[in-house]
Design a protein around this ligand. Structure first.
Ligand SMILES: Nc1ncnc2c1ncn2[C@@H]1O[C@H](COP(=O)(O)OP(=O)(O)OP(=O)(O)O)[C@@H](O)[C@H]1O
Length: 346
């Protein structure tokens, strides 16, 4: 292959919260929020990624900040395609202008409909891919977390992202049982916003509720009750106000979301064949995705399921690493997004 027609295939974790791009042989080269700022007057793009995210809640009337992915799927097709195009270019900034278009492995939630999946494939091609290969997100997460997905043994992965939580039991290169719920990190942020609104009549922005979650959020009542000052707008006076909130209040506000995630894990375990359940009992459940970093979540899932639970080494990177590693098998993924019906040997 000559240097000019060399193409670098890509793996993309197109997430509700973050988009990551993996280049074969290089690793993760782009790690940015899935956010785009658009100038409503010109229709042009003002900013993409962290620059756009910093504008959330702070824009003048002519700029709107969009999160084009919702619940793990495309909510705004044109903006998603533009965002992917920007990230593909960024990932390939040293690419020769003679280089061939890349093949792209792109993750999709396991509960996706045909129409939603078609939109991801089309947007990926629109963004510059020669061919787009969908891979089920929990399968990619399991590969990225280093689970022995090709072996005749049961591995359980729980990927908690911004928009979806994907629970899957994998064996012999296929998903045996899975459940995808549209409840994840974004719902935790929303639960915090609603709690603060109801209890303190205080309106806070989505960036604030997320930072409360990251700082003092916990899946169960904390041993040490930390406090945090939060600022927002008093709904009664309309004026800015600061209140102090405790970690224990935040744990209360997150209770329903955490319960929904735990229930999805339990439901999947109930539908898992006994041999595979025994394997999982031995080796444990692995958590990935940014939501896996919520304090005490591993402990709560372990207590509720009576199984050992571990958090993947780089939970925010697992899906991207998995899509990247799967590039080696790209031809096998043609028409098999869930890789559930085939065995690909190493
Ligand atoms: N330390 C943390 N504690 C709790 N939540 C966290 C932490 N760090 C990140 N998150 C949350 O993880 C979510 C993002 O995770 P991730 O990047 O895996 O999602 P995604 O792949 O974009 O979403 P999806 O898979 O649903 O499309 C966000 O909701 C973010 O707030």
């Amino acid at each position: 292959m000559g240097i000019f027609n060399f193409s670098q295939d890509l793996g993309i974790d197109l997430g509700t919260a973050n988009t990551l791009v993996f280049i074969k042989g290089k690793g993760i080269v782009v790690r940015e929020p899935s956010v785009v700022a658009i100038n409503k007057t010109t229709g042009g793009i003002e900013a993409v990624g962290s620059d756009a995210r910093n504008m959330i809640g702070r824009t003048p009337g002519n700029i709107s900040v969009i999160r084009p992915m919702k619940d793990g799927v495309i909510a705004d097709y044109d903006t998603t395609a533009s965002m992917m195009k920007y990230y593909i270019k960024l990932a390939q900034k040293n690419r020769s202008s003679f280089a061939k278009k890349p093949n792209v492995m792109v993750c999709v939630p396991s509960g996706i409909t045909m129409v939603e999946e078609r939109a991801v494939i089309d947007a990926t091609k629109h963004a510059g891919a020669k061919e787009a290969f969908p891979i089920a997100e929990p399968f990619a997460a399991a590969i990225g977390a280093g689970l022995p997905v090709w072996e005749p043994t049961g591995s359980m992965i729980v990927d908690i992202g911004g928009g979806t939580t994907e629970v899957a039991v994998i064996s012999l290169g296929g998903i045996v049982t899975s459940q995808s719920i549209r409840v994840a990190g974004d719902d935790m942020d929303e639960a915090i916003t609603q709690y603060v609104k109801k209890k303190y009549n205080l309106m806070i922005g989505e960036r604030s509720s997320e930072s409360i979650k990251l700082d003092i959020g916990s899946a169960s009542q904390p041993d040490k009750d930390e406090e945090m000052d939060i600022r927002g707008r008093d709904l009664l006076t309309g004026l800015p106000k600061t209140i102090t909130i405790t970690a224990s209040e935040i744990a209360t506000s997150l209770h329903d979301t955490v319960t929904a995630i735990v229930d999805a894990v339990k439901n999947t375990l109930e539908r898992t064949p006994p041999e595979l359940a025994a394997d999982i009992m031995d080796r444990g459940i692995v958590l990935s995705g940014g939501g896996a970093l919520l304090k005490q979540l591993d402990k709560v899932i372990s207590e509720e399921t009576k199984m050992p639970v571990f958090v993947a080494d780089d939970p925010l990177d697992s899906v991207a690493i998995g899509t990247g590693k799967s590039l080696e098998y790209i031809q096998h993924f043609r028409g098999h997004p869930n890789v559930s019906s085939q065995r690909i040997s190493d």
